[in-house]
Design a protein around this ligand. Structure first.
Ligand SMILES: [Mg+2]
Length: 248
């Protein structure tokens, strides 16, 4: 039915008034508050932003899209991907939030309690990526600096979040350098019954999750050229070896 022009104009004015900011009614309930401004910006970004989640998924998809080419021609069970654990496969931002709320800094004791609680979720894309590795005939090797004393609970936690790891190498006493453990995976000395493995990709959130790399990689174009090809890095603005870099 066609409205008379005068009536139609009246309805348009009424509609515009109803949608104007001044006419909006206050919501019946207050909106959900943002993660408190007292929390560090980087923690809020990790826990709330679409961009962080998109970046993590983007990284895992890129790593996954290179897998078939990287492993082509390699015998089943003779190659692997090495991944870091924290902020790579497991999201521990809840721990950062907890210590932030308590105005505490990281401590080995509060960290150990967090790990034992085993409530941290898998990172977006991590479970799917490990399935992709297995479907192509590769092994998933996790090299983490969780202490050896936490390794049993760490392995159980991985199972509960759906991460099927073939190797989990925790930190031996005094050995936070991951390079010896990378070499163990490659030489077949990481675990009885596991042969030498050709490592086709490394994934981590810290530059030291990649063989022999340090913060000096920032100024090394040859090393950085490996990223997106064999090395895939996830963002971690909350903590890392970068914290000790001198200001510029
Ligand atoms: Mg990490």
């Amino acid at each position: 039915m066609r409205l008379a022009p005068a009536l139609a104009r009246l309805m348009l004015v009424a509609t515009a008034l109803a949608c104007s900011p001044a006419s909006r009614q206050a919501p019946a309930t207050a909106p959900t508050p943002a993660l408190g401004a007292s929390y560090p910006t980087e923690l809020r970004w990790v826990r709330t932003s679409a961009e962080y989640r998109a970046l993590v998924l983007q990284t895992y998809r890129a790593a996954g899209s290179h897998l078939a080419d990287a492993s082509r021609g390699l015998p089943q069970g003779r190659w692997a991907v090495i991944l870091d654990l924290d902020e790579t496969m497991i999201d521990n931002s809840g721990y950062q939030k907890r210590i932030g709320a308590a105005h505490q800094r990281y401590s080995d004791s509060s960290w150990a309690r967090w790990v034992v609680e085993s409530t941290a979720p898998a990172m977006p894309g991590a479970v799917e990526f490990t399935r992709q590795v297995h479907a192509l005939g590769g092994l998933v090797a996790i090299v983490t600096n969780h202490a050896e004393s936490l390794c049993v609970v760490t392995r159980k936690h991985l199972v509960t979040v759906g991460i099927d790891a073939d190797l989990v190498l925790c930190q031996p006493p005094g050995g936070n350098d991951k390079n010896p453990r990378f070499r163990q995976v490659q030489s077949g000395t990481a675990m009885t019954g596991v042969p030498p493995l050709q490592v086709v990709e490394w994934i981590g959130d810290n530059i030291q999750d990649f063989p022999t790399l340090t913060q000096g990689a920032r100024n090394d174009p040859a090393v950085l050229a490996e990223f997106g090809i064999r090395y895939f890095v996830l963002p971690n603005p909350m903590y890392g070896s970068w914290e000790k870099n001198p200001d510029q």
